[in-house]
Design a protein around this ligand. Structure first.
Ligand SMILES: [Zn+2]
Length: 325
């Protein structure tokens, strides 16, 4: 029998494929809680331990707050599942959720994030079982180690019932609890990488990345923004770089997790952002070198916005937010 050497990825259009990357520095506008991976229900945030480059800290190690890529990935996937489409939500219209993904190649979510069905399974509203399927995602998430060395802080919180008057014999209120938080103002360099995607496929990635920003975190409060500061001109711009390319000739604006100093971290990010094919480029909001295209700051936001609109027009139902039709 002949062997199969194909990837198995079906094509639904003639669109060319590219690699796409998003590099950004995110900033927490308030406290942020993201539970520790193994510590369910104890209100401890996730941190990482890093070998200190200068040998200070405990045993030459640093503990830093962490916006873990796996959690960011989950929030991004939910941004797509809960995207509004007509009177409903995108995940409902596709019958695609978490943990039960539809794992169909034609699903705009599974097509980029991947899906897994471990054994044939019956699904409400569907005739016949869904077959066991492995669909490898072509979107990967990285980064998330905070720049500043500032550990989490434990806060006393309390749930206050809405009773205005309570009987003397009723149970004591409020209900107190303690929870750790990442402190406001922490900067988190994060990166999304897309392998061999069409522009239509990337439009879902762009929507998920931008849509997740306001929703990162568990419980309340939530949300981060893209850090604003001067990149090369005199005006503040969002610290984000978007690449579209066939070969990886741009230096990757990845901040070393061992750096604790914000200035030093931003210098490293910026120098890489303006380095393509081994040489330093003059400041421009768009850098082009052959088929390699890099968009920086506001130009990167403009580029992502084009894809957001493409996603809205192609996948969401184009209902106008003001008129409702
Ligand atoms: Zn799906």
């Amino acid at each position: 029998m002949a062997i199969n050497v194909k990837s198995g990825l079906e094509n639904y259009s003639d669109e060319p494929r590219f690699h796409f990357d998003i590099y950004a520095i995110l900033e927490g506008g308030q406290e942020l809680f993201f539970g520790h991976e193994t510590q369910v229900n104890v209100n401890i945030v996730e941190t990482v331990t890093i070998a200190s480059s200068d040998g200070d800290g405990d045993n030459g190690e640093l503990e830093k707050c962490y916006l873990s890529p796996t959690k960011r990935r989950g929030v991004e996937r939910r941004a797509l599942i809960w995207a509004p489409t007509g009177n409903g939500l995108l995940g409902d219209s596709l019958n695609c959720g978490i943990p039960h993904t539809c794992s169909k190649v034609e699903c705009p979510i599974c097509r980029v994030f991947g899906g897994l069905i471990t054994s044939p399974i019956e699904v409400e509203g569907e005739t016949g079982k869904r077959p066991a399927t492995t669909l490898i995602g072509r979107l990967t998430h990285s980064g998330g180690v905070a720049i500043q060395e500032l550990g989490p802080e434990e806060k006393q919180r309390a749930m206050h019932p809405s009773m205005i008057r309570k009987a003397p014999e009723s149970k004591p209120t409020p209900t107190p609890f303690k929870r750790e938080y990442n402190q406001p103002g922490l900067l988190y360099p994060v990166y999304n990488h897309c392998l061999s995607m069409t522009e239509t496929e990337f439009s879902a990635v762009a929507y998920a990345f931008m849509g997740a920003l306001a929703r990162l975190g568990a419980g309340n409060p939530k949300g981060v923004k893209i850090h604003d500061d001067v990149i090369a001109k005199d005006v503040a711009e969002p610290w984000i770089v978007v690449d579209q390319y066939l070969t990886p000739i741009g230096k990757r604006p990845v901040v070393s997790p061992t750096i604790k100093d914000v200035k030093e971290a931003k210098k490293q990010f910026k120098e890489a952002a303006f380095s393509v094919a081994g040489s330093k480029k003059e400041y421009a909001s768009k850098l082009t070198h052959g088929n390699f295209h890099r968009y920086i700051g506001n130009a990167a936001i403009a580029k992502l916005s084009e894809y957001l609109i493409k996603f809205e027009e192609g996948v969401l139902n184009n209902v106008d937010a003001e008129t409702g039709d």
